[in-house]
Design a protein around this ligand. Structure first.
Ligand code: ATP
Ligand code: MG
Length: 301
């Protein structure tokens, strides 16, 4: 029996369409994303967004965000660090040049896609969205148009769908302003770095109160306080007393490993290095690596 040419042609068209939609387009999309996130390969479900937050200034938020991100990346986790502080300290610490057109700002006001602002760092598995001093202007702009609570959540919608990262860390500024609130509304969990001082206890209760408010008003009902990392620990009576109080009040929240006060940590940003690069076998480097292991264990259970 002879099959008419028209049938072959139709089958050919169907085959080409099937090939284009099933293989060609998905492959192109995959290649595009792999190129964009240069140091990332494969897909993994379930990106977790974690804000490193404490409205108190100078408690080690940025140092923790940078070093915990780097320690997790070194252990094979795919990490994105978003610098949400106009001081741009996290960007500087990772040795990333800060330019206004590549900062978070346009994504927050809906003029750019967050995914397009991701930049690789020189570390495997670690990418960053840098900040710029222009971020300070976003507070006024967003409050005026009333979209400040959800701006970060909305900006991250695409990123959550791509699921190219295991963890996204948000380094937040030291105030309960628009950027900090929008970070708390956009994240799944909060880690609070805390100095071993009495005033820090007051700061801790304030951030817990704000988180309660955010949950209660339904702005982010899934918000979880993941834990507290003690920073700049120096084994004094005062430091141990503060830790004892935190342990008593919030026993399951306190990370078992404390970050010691170390001049090597304080000097590492001036070299654009993480503490693991600057003083690999020092006490602070070991402590951040131990905190990263603890973080992974806590997220397994
Ligand atoms: P801000 O609220 O201004 O954003 P922050 O909470 O992010 O501050 P960092 O910038 O991380 O705090 O740290 C404040 C200062 O303390 C920095 O100079 C940093 O180098 C130093 N520092 C942080 N951790 C340690 C440590 N473990 N030992 C010694 N110095 C530290
Ligand atoms: Mg900071």
């Amino acid at each position: 029996m002879r099959i008419p040419h028209a049938v072959f042609r139709r089958q050919g068209v169907v085959f080409i369409l099937f090939f284009v939609f099933e293989f060609y387009i998905p492959l192109c999309l995959h290649a595009r994303y792999s190129l964009k996130y240069r140091n990332i390969s494969g897909r993994m479900p379930g990106v977790k967004v974690i804000a490193i937050a404490n409205q108190k200034g100078g408690v080690g938020k940025t140092t923790t965000a940078v070093n915990l991100s780097a320690a997790l990346a070194a252990r094979g986790k795919r990490v994105l660090l978003i610098d949400m502080d106009s001081q741009a300290n996290a960007s500087t610490m990772l040795g990333v040049e800060v330019e206004s057109d590549a900062s978070l700002y346009p994504a927050l006001i809906g003029e750019a896609l967050l995914e397009d602002l991701i930049r690789p760092t020189r570390r495997r598995n670690l990418s960053i969205i840098p900040a710029h001093v222009d971020l300070s202007g976003v507070e006024v702009e967003l409050t005026q148009n009333g979209s400040h609570l959800n701006c970060m959540y909305d900006a991250m919608a695409g990123l959550r769908q791509t699921q190219y990262f295991d963890y996204v860390f948000l380094d937040t500024p030291p105030s309960l302003g628009v950027l900090m609130t929008s970070a708390l509304c956009a994240c799944d969990e909060v880690i609070t770095p805390m100095q071993c001082e009495f005033l820090s206890l007051e700061g801790l209760s304030k951030i817990l109160f704000v988180m309660d408010q955010i949950r209660e008003h339904g702005v982010n009902s899934r918000l979880k306080h993941e834990g507290i990392i003690m920073t700049m620990y120096n084994n004094t009576k005062l430091a141990n007393e503060v830790i004892r109080q935190v342990q008593q009040e919030l026993p399951d929240k306190l990370y078992k490993n404390y970050i010691p006060r170390s001049v090597r940590v304080a000097e590492s940003p001036s070299f654009g290095r993480t503490i693991m690069e600057h003083d690999r076998f020092g006490a602070a480097s070991m402590a951040y690596q131990a905190v990263a292991r603890e973080f992974i264990t806590r997220h397994r259970s």
